[in-house]
Design a protein around this ligand. Structure first.
Ligand SMILES: Nc1ncnc2c1ncn2[C@@H]1O[C@H](COP(=O)(O)OP(=O)(O)OP(=O)(O)O)[C@@H](O)[C@H]1O
Ligand SMILES: [Mg+2]
Length: 374
């Protein structure tokens, strides 16, 4: 079974998935800080971090190169901005045998119009960044933040969708329109079809056929390499060393959304391995009933404290009730709970505070309870 310590110590890639605004980016950053503090060479790949967090991680520059986060000597954490809107161009450049080969694809008008809309290419580019860092970065652990729920499925399914496109009949027809003829089609039929296509081009004035041909010839040299690479990236997502963690909050609106998301991911063969519940009132605070008030308080103040405690206990019970179906629907264990912390989070100190809740040391328990009301 996955445990929160096992995530950091035995996995190579941890994806934080979940609905919009639940705390995926913050949790990913906090997990990464803790991993680095434990001596693992770690990178956090974040999507769209809040401005303060971006500052803390040193991600103000625009490119996707890893930036070292200043956590002190011997603590290796790099941060990378994972731009899910990047173009496929970088993948083409990486796969082309020569710069000319890359240019032939990139400068093709058809490629320029299609590359943004072809199934999976935009999202695959983000997966490719994860893959490249895993292969070449020399990291012990990558913690990967992801886009909100409905987009994460597209993101994690991108390699398979791209492979399906490369293997599709449509792609084969693009490569050679004569494949639409039956296998027994005569040489004459092939010639006729080619002539019809050329005639169509002359008749319509469109250079479409020639451009398709140019495009396909240019990309054909790449498709073998592309297929191998995308297959390897897909295998990495499914490897034993990769875990998906659902980040969520005890809110009723998230129950259905999480159930849909985890089912969709399981359907892709990517089951959620554990849950981190964010913004949860700590159960330990209410386990022992109402605590005795401190000595010497005025009776009116004691009454107000009791009321406040009772209200919080009601809220905690409600959160528990909401959490139960959330966990049941996901069929994965709760790995950690993090309370709502005050202020606008984002500094490295904030991430370390969250990490203390994610990985509570036994001796830190009273302190973690006290921090809630800070
Ligand atoms: N435990 C917490 N206590 C207080 N504030 C929190 C907590 N967790 C996250 N936040 C704050 O909530 C906001 C949303 O968090 P975050 O950006 O991590 O969510 P997200 O799931 O990545 O959102 P999106 O889906 O928009 O990318 C941020 O301002 C963050 O600082
Ligand atoms: Mg985010």
């Amino acid at each position: 079974m996955t445990t929160i310590d096992g995530l950091l110590e035995r996995r190579r890639i941890v994806f934080c998935v979940g609905s919009g605004g639940v705390g995926k980016t913050t949790t990913a950053a906090a997990l990464a800080v803790e991993s680095a503090r434990r001596g693992r060479k770690t990178a956090v790949l974040t999507v769209d971090p809040a401005p303060r967090l971006k500052d803390a991680l040193g991600l103000d520059t625009l490119d996707a190169r890893p930036r070292r986060v200043p956590l002190g000597v011997g603590v290796h954490l790099d941060a990378v901005l994972l731009d899910v809107r990047r173009t496929f161009d970088e993948v083409v450049r990486g796969l082309a045998a020569t710069p000319e080969q890359a240019r032939a694809v990139l400068e093709n008008r058809l490629y320029q119009n299609l590359s943004g809309t072809l199934a999976g290419t935009a999202e695959y580019t983000a997966v490719e960044i994860v893959f490249r860092l895993a292969e070449e970065g020399g990291y012990d652990l990558l913690v990967v933040d992801t886009p909100p729920a409905r987009h994460v499925v597209d993101f994690l399914d991108a390699p398979r969708r791209l492979l399906a496109l490369l293997d599709s009949r449509a792609f084969a027809i693009l490569k050679d329109p004569t494949v639409i003829l039956p296998a027994s089609g005569s040489r004459l039929a092939h010639l006729v079809l080619s002539a019809v296509l050329r005639g169509l081009e002359r008749f319509t004035g469109l250079e479409l056929v020639r451009e398709v041909g140019d495009f396909v010839r240019a990309i054909e040299a790449l498709t073998g390499a592309l297929r191998a690479r995308v297959t390897a990236a897909d295998a990495l997502l499914r490897a034993d060393g990769t875990a998906l963690v659902l980040v969520t909050a005890p809110e009723p609106r998230l129950v259905d959304e999480n159930t849909r998301l985890t089912r969709a991911l399981a359907g892709l063969g990517l089951p959620v391995g554990g849950i981190i519940v964010n913004r949860m009132l700590p159960r330990a605070l209410f386990a022992g009933g109402t605590p005795p008030p401190p000595d010497g308080l005025a009776p009116a103040l004691v009454a107000r404290l009791r009321r406040a405690h009772a209200e919080l206990a009601t809220l905690a019970a409600r959160q528990e009730a909401v959490l139960a179906p959330l966990v049941e629907g996901t069929a994965a264990p709760v790995l950690a709970e993090v309370p709502l912390l005050p202020g606008d989070l984002g500094s490295l100190a904030d991430l370390e505070a969250i990490a203390r809740h994610l990985f509570p040391a036994p001796a830190a328990a009273p302190d973690s309870a006290g921090r809630v009301g800070r």
